[in-house]
Design a protein. Structure first.
Length: 169
């Protein structure tokens, strides 16, 4: 059983110095001393209480260690399983991507060949158009030369007529 100890004599002297009669001061000191003893008795743990709590804590600690160890093992297994699943999923996605890439390459080759054919056709069409334009230019050049000679002839003829009309001979 724990006891509250404090200097009761000094406490009594302090009360008397404050003007409290001696018999009242002693009564108050006894009452306070008894109250402290009862409170401490109910609230202060004994060595036996502490030893009991230590044993309980030790048991709880061991139980927790076992539980934590079991949880760690379960987590390791779960993580391992998830890793395997992810590896399989990644492998499947890689295969799908390889197939998709192969299909896209084949489609690009087809498109490339189609475009080569279309480009060749456009080139041939343009060659024909260029040849036709050159022929048109040559014809127009010939006509312009003819028109040039005709205008020159008409100009000389007109000047000759005007010369005969306006110039006295």
């Amino acid at each position: 059983m724990a006891h509250a100890t404090f200097d009761t004599l000094q406490f009594t002297e302090t009360l008397k110095a404050a003007g409290i009669p001696e018999h009242q001061a002693r009564a108050e000191v006894q009452a306070i001393s008894l109250a402290f003893s009862q409170v401490i008795e109910k609230q202060v743990a004994t060595k036996t209480d502490i030893a009991s709590v230590k044993e309980e804590l030790s048991t709880v600690r061991e139980d927790l260690k076992e539980d934590i160890s079991a949880v760690k093992e379960e987590l390791k297994e779960d993580i391992s399983a998830v890793k395997e699943e992810l590896k399989e999923d990644i492998s499947a996605v890689r295969e799908e991507l390889k197939e998709d890439i192969s299909a896209v390459r084949e489609e690009l080759c087809t498109v490339r060949e189609d475009l080569k054919g279309e480009i060749y056709a456009v080139k041939e069409e343009l060659k024909g158009d260029v040849h036709a334009v050159r022929e048109d230019i040559q014809r127009l050049t010939g006509r312009m030369n003819l028109i040039h000679w005709m205008l020159g002839f008409n100009l000389i003829l007109t000047m000759g007529i005007l010369w005969k009309l306006f110039v006295p001979a």
